[in-house]
Design a protein around this ligand. Sequence first.
Ligand code: GLN
Length: 316
Amino acid sequence: MSVNQNPEQRKQVLDFMTSAHQSFSSVKEGANASYIPFLASVPSDLFGIAIAFTDGEVLEVGDTKYEFAIESISKVFTLARVLEELGKEEFKAKIGSNATGEPFNSVIALELHKEHPYNPFDNAGAIATVSLLNAKSSDDRWNQIISNYNLFAGRELAVNNEVYQSESDTNAHNRGISWLLKNSGNMYTDPDQACDVYTRQCSVAITCRDLAIMGGTIANGGINPVTKKQVVNKENIQPILAEMMMNGLYENTGNWLYSTGLPGKSGVGGGILAVVPGKCALAVFAPPLDIHGNSVKGQKVGAFLSEKLGWSLFNK
Ligand code: GLN
């Protein structure tokens, strides 16, 4: 697949997206996240697929206008911001770039490694990443994060307050992780502030189309394919994709790589992002999750489209 495809080729991509949507809409496996009460109330049969190409064209099938909680996919974009500030070597030393093989909110993983975070996608590393931003206040920290997300999406995003409230009422575990990080000297601001800003970033509402464009910015060397603005420096794309490749779907990342050959990132809101460097990004939204917190339909769509469209990075 080349970058500037003719309309015939794009039509073929749309046909594959439509057939993926038809084939997988009847899949009944998985369940909505329920440890964040709001997420359990999202209709389970919502299903959207969007692809943003590096030339700015966006293809959409299904429920691509429905706003859902970005959850852990937010970690990719905060990582991008902090990499810009710190550079990849300092970031790697402070946070890390390896997988723990444990669930994303594992305290055991933290304890096994002297309470040092292992990577920016497990909650410990993600909250520590938020704390690394050089900010004067909680509002300043938040404004830096949301303005960066807006540049990735090419529009003004907002927090879904119901999600934020629901997560804030139930995030004692993440607050505990934040204080363990403080204990080991791996928390760079007030732990409650870092955890609150992290909770807010997870509650940002996005559509499947937004997510495709946000990922498309990474696929396009850091330039938003729609607004054409440089959002992240090209040199930071490799560390972002390396982190996604290594731990984007937590303990199921290996299985995802087997079937897609692509860096991906999931969120418990039901979103999944896959990046095809230099070509496009795929975003899928379908709330039912596997036991590791990854959209079941999202993984099936990723595998199907990667195979049909020859996206795997390992088959070149
Ligand atoms: N806000 C969620 C949490 O901290 C995000 C987890 C996820 O999407 N994997 O638990």
